[in-house]
Ligand binder design. Structure first.
Ligand code: IPE
Ligand code: IPE
Ligand code: MG
Length: 261
């Protein structure tokens, strides 16, 4: 399908689900939370079952974002702090990652999704890291939605790494401290080249950002839902976007300034 035909399909889908097609978030960031509580609620012996079912929710949401013609979906899959969980859970999560990468590749291809990752992916088990890179490469020419997995990701760690790189340029005499700009920080973040999220969704009722995209969320709208991640579906996503569409993003200006055309 060519770009014009594609955009007609996206607009039809946006209208079909009751959204304003001209006021869509280009980039949605998600904190996929509540897998452990979901497993407990369902009576499963292990939290890992919640993570397994969480993969299905991610497939649903990725497909829904692709159908709406969004540009970017960035999901928090594993934080730097999550390494401190019991070994059995960490091992379970890494296995789920491996299996999901294997199984989901055809789905990504079908939906024209490009996979990307942010975080210290070198600290993942070698097999998972290799698989991740192979799926990133296999989907690199897809030009629909970019799905970014935040893996072994922590925003403070990301900023420390960026600042170190800028400091090296200063130490080498290539940059003066006075000439450091926001762009210098920006270009050394894992997210370099990506637009900032417009909307942050966190499931499971927690209202915090848990070291996620602290820099990039500067002007994002926040949406919290009590729904646990394994239960989150396309309807929930549409509701989050509908809420976003009712907000007035002022970026520091006054409401009056925004309405003056
Ligand atoms: C989110 O679900 C997934 C990861 C952090 C990997 P949790 O595992 O945090 O589930 P809850 O918050 O304990 O219910
Ligand atoms: C944030 O959830 C990380 C992911 C969803 C991957 P956590 O469950 O780890 O966050 P806290 O500990 O409740 O803040
Ligand atoms: Mg949690």
């Amino acid at each position: 399908m060519n770009a014009v035909a594609n955009s007609k399909v996206y607009i039809a889908k946006r209208l079909e689900v009751g959204l304003d097609p001209s006021n869509m978030p280009n980039h949605i960031a998600v904190i996929m939370d509540g897998n452990g509580r979901w497993a407990k609620k369902q009576g499963f012996m292990t939290r890992v079952r919640g993570h397994e079912v969480g993969v299905e929710a991610l497939r649903r949401i990725t497909t829904a974002c692709a159908e709406l013609g969004l540009g970017y979906l960035t999901v928090y899959a594993f934080s730097t702090e999550n390494w401190n969980r019991p070994k059995a859970e960490v091992d379970g999560l890494m296995n789920i990652l491996m299996n999901a990468l294997e199984k989901e590749l055809p789905v990504l291809q079908k939906n024209n999704v490009r996979l990307n990752a942010i975080g210290n992916i070198d600290s993942l088990p070698a097999k998972a890291n290799k698989k991740l890179i192979s799926v990133i490469n296999a989907t690199s020419s897809n030009d629909g939605l970019t799905l970014t997995l935040a893996l072994s990701y922590g925003s403070q760690d990301e900023m420390v790494q960026a600042i170190r790189k800028v400091a090296k340029q200063v130490a080498a005499g290539d940059l003066s401290p006075e000439s450091i700009t926001e762009e210098h920080i920006e270009q050394h973040l894992f997210t370099a080249g990506m637009p900032h999220p417009d909307l942050l969704v966190r499931t499971s009722g927690e209202q915090r950002i848990s070291n996620y995209l602290l820099w990039q969320l500067a002007y994002a709208e926040f949406y919290f839902t009590p729904v646990l991640w394994p239960d989150f579906d396309a309807e929930g996503l549409y509701e989050a976007i509908a809420t976003f569409q009712k907000r007035e993003r002022r970026f520091g200006q006054t409401s009056e300034q925004l309405t003056v055309k």
